[in-house]
Design a protein around this ligand. Structure first.
Ligand SMILES: *Cc1c(COP(=O)(O)O)cnc(C)c1O
Length: 227
């Protein structure tokens, strides 16, 4: 299993570098986040040993347990799952990034609870780009209001947008959705001073996301195997 994680990471990194070339993106402009939910700390340690630095987690307590076990490593932790308001304090204290902010109340709590000893918390606003009623995220129409309100906060910093478009195996459809996310990030620049991040693309659609401007891709299955 260990061997395959290492091999899988090499393959995913190669896909990223190939897509950067193919779609005229700058070399290394796309950063891989390993989506490590449900994976044991040992799998993260294996991934870190071959150079991965960014890990995305969806469940707070599970993430904290793994962070403690891996505290000897210098890793960047991204919270990428839905946020319950009673979990914001632990998220504010233990993560570097939060990709899934889609309510003012959550941003306010993260801002109040981010310890002064840490750098401001980097956040992405999650978009429900395919307008699926079952999914979290705001519409592009709501982006300006939310961003304007959060921009006044000192302890959180809006860096961009995150989206999980409707799964599709059609590359044209995939790219249309990702292009809309990228346009939303451009729009966000009017309301926010630190926009440099577009978090989009997973195992099945990362090439399309890179073609349309992703700066972070979040990959789980193609690194760790099926959950
Ligand atoms: C699990 C997860 C991923 C990774 O998905 P894969 O299809 O396993 O690559 C990406 N983003 C989020 C928000 C996730 O929860």
């Amino acid at each position: 299993m260990k061997q395959s994680i290492e091999l899988n990471i090499a393959k995913v990194q190669q896909r990223i570098r190939d897509a950067e070339k193919k779609f005229d993106r700058l070399p290394k402009s796309v950063t891989l986040i390993a989506a490590s939910k449900t994976q044991p700390a040992s799998a993260i340690r294996t991934a870190a040993a071959v150079g991965l630095k960014h890990f995305g987690e969806n469940y707070v307590q599970e993430a904290l347990d793994k962070q403690q076990e891996l505290s000897d490593l210098d890793l960047h932790w991204h919270f990428i799952g839905p946020i319950q308001s009673n979990k914001t304090r632990l998220i504010a204290e233990h993560f570097d990034w939060v990709h899934s902010v889609d309510r003012l109340k959550i941003a306010q709590r993260l801002n109040e609870q981010r310890p002064d000893s840490l750098a401001p918390l980097n956040i992405c606003l999650q978009l429900n780009i395919s307008q699926e009623s079952s999914k979290s995220g705001i519409s592009t129409a709501e982006l300006a209001n939310l961003a304007t309100a959060i921009e006044k906060m000192k302890r959180v910093r809006v860096r961009g947008v995150m989206a999980i478009p409707k799964a599709s195996d059609n590359a044209v459809e995939q790219r249309e959705a990702f292009a809309a996310v990228y346009q939303a990030a451009i729009h966000l620049q009017q309301f926010s001073d630190n926009i440099d991040t577009v978090s989009m693309g997973m195992s099945g659609d990362m090439e399309a996301a890179i073609a349309e401007g992703a700066t972070f891709v979040r990959v789980g299955t193609d690194i760790f195997g099926p959950r």
